[in-house]
Design a protein around this ligand. Structure first.
Ligand code: ADP
Ligand code: TRP
Length: 329
């Protein structure tokens, strides 16, 4: 059984892209692997969030992940700051992380450009904290998107450097998780290639039926095809792609046929698409409301997660201290 670790950003509501592109894989993989999923609240400090936002942000993300089906009895789901061992490993790894390599990281350069008034050391050492998150549980694989590839590469480098420096074979060099299935990319309803928070084109798991209907009915369409079997423009292709993700294959085939024979009625297609999205999202939404009404569910989940994560983290820290030469008096 493989060990898998992944961190989740602690801001914002989950949208269909997050769900079908990432979360559903987490939910699937938790049954076949030893999984650690945590909410990266220490990482969020790089942007100096208002203290009053910190807790609701973490709570919100945790609620949505549990509601969607991450099971605290199966996976270890925890809050990063509940396992302070990570800060010790971060300190140790930082002693072997160099200014040259940290300042060349793409994410650092981007952040430094975006917030020139706050280029703090936490931003510079973001990759070491991420490496500490990962190496703390010595996993085989890390399920992350393409944008995190460089951080994962640095994690491997830090692991290798530690092993070489201390003459041990201690840390594994974790690779990106892959279960062999095609990654799903959810397009936007506005004709853009990607549904995303910064794109402002999202359907959220917390959206109610009316909101979803409104968003789908507003999606960009046109007069319809004039030639049979013509190529679909991107904004129409996107509707079909979303339909392939949420609807039954017969439904997609039905509208595809209508497209090919120039008989498509976008109003009907959108009504069907909205209904199918609602059906997919509604059970999650109901579960979110249920958890909101019963916060003991969260308490139980993170208490269990903290205990399991600290056990694994404690073992690593004891062993790393030993390797580095720390001794008890
Ligand atoms: P956003 O900022 O749009 O919420 P993030 O960049 O925080 O998204 O991504 C969180 C996770 O969700 C990542 O694993 C990312 O690959 C996945 N993800 C985000 N948007 C999509 C999308 N439209 N299609 C597929 N996966 C997505
Ligand atoms: N940096 C990741 C992101 O922005 C979040 C993250 C923090 C993470 N620590 C991690 C992901 C450890 C995987 C493993 O999405």
């Amino acid at each position: 059984m493989k060990t898998v670790v992944s961190g989740i950003r602690s801001t914002g509501n989950l949208h269909l892209g997050n769900y079908y592109g990432a979360l559903r894989n987490f939910i699937r993989m938790q049954h076949e692997n030893r999984c650690f999923f945590f909410i990266a609240d220490y990482h969020s400090l790089t942007t100096h969030p208002n203290p009053k936002d910190l807790y609701p942000n973490v709570k919100n993300v945790l609620t949505e992940y549990l509601a969607a089906g991450l099971d605290p009895e199966v996976s270890t789901i925890f809050i990063q700051s509940d396992v302070p061992e990570v800060t010790e490993l971060y300190l140790m790894l930082n002693m072997h992380a160099y200014l040259g390599e940290l300042s060349k990281t793409v994410s650092f350069k981007e952040k430094a450009r975006k917030q020139p008034e706050n280029v703090n050391a936490g931003l510079l050492t973001y990759p070491t904290l991420m490496a500490a998150d990962i190496l703390l549980h010595n996993p085989d694989e890390v399920p992350v998107g393409k944008d995190q590839e460089q951080h994962l590469e640095m994690t491997r480098r830090f692991a290798r450097r530690f092993n070489n420096f201390y003459g041990v074979e201690y840390f594994k060099e974790p690779v990106a998780y892959s279960d062999g299935t095609q990654m799903i990319k959810v397009p936007g309803l506005d004709g853009s290639g990607k549904m995303g928070k910064s794109e402002g084109n999202c359907i959220y798991l917390i959206d109610d039926a009316k909101t979803i209907q409104k968003k789908v009915m507003r999606a960009l369409t046109d007069q319809g095809p004039t030639e049979p079997n013509s190529v679909k423009p991107d904004y129409i292709e996107n509707l079909f792609t979303i339909m392939q993700i949420v609807s039954a294959p017969e439904t997609v085939a039905f509208f595809d046929e209508k497209w090919n024979t120039c008989e498509i009625r976008y109003g009907d297609m959108k009504k069907q698409l909205a209904a199918d999205i609602i059906e997919a999202v509604n059970p999650i939404r109901e579960r979110i409301l249920e958890i909101n009404a019963n916060p003991a569910i969260l308490h139980k989940a993170v208490t269990l997660g903290k205990e399991k994560a600290r056990e694994s983290a404690g073992k690593t820290i004891r062993e790393v201290r030993e390797i580095m030469g720390f001794r008890n008096f």
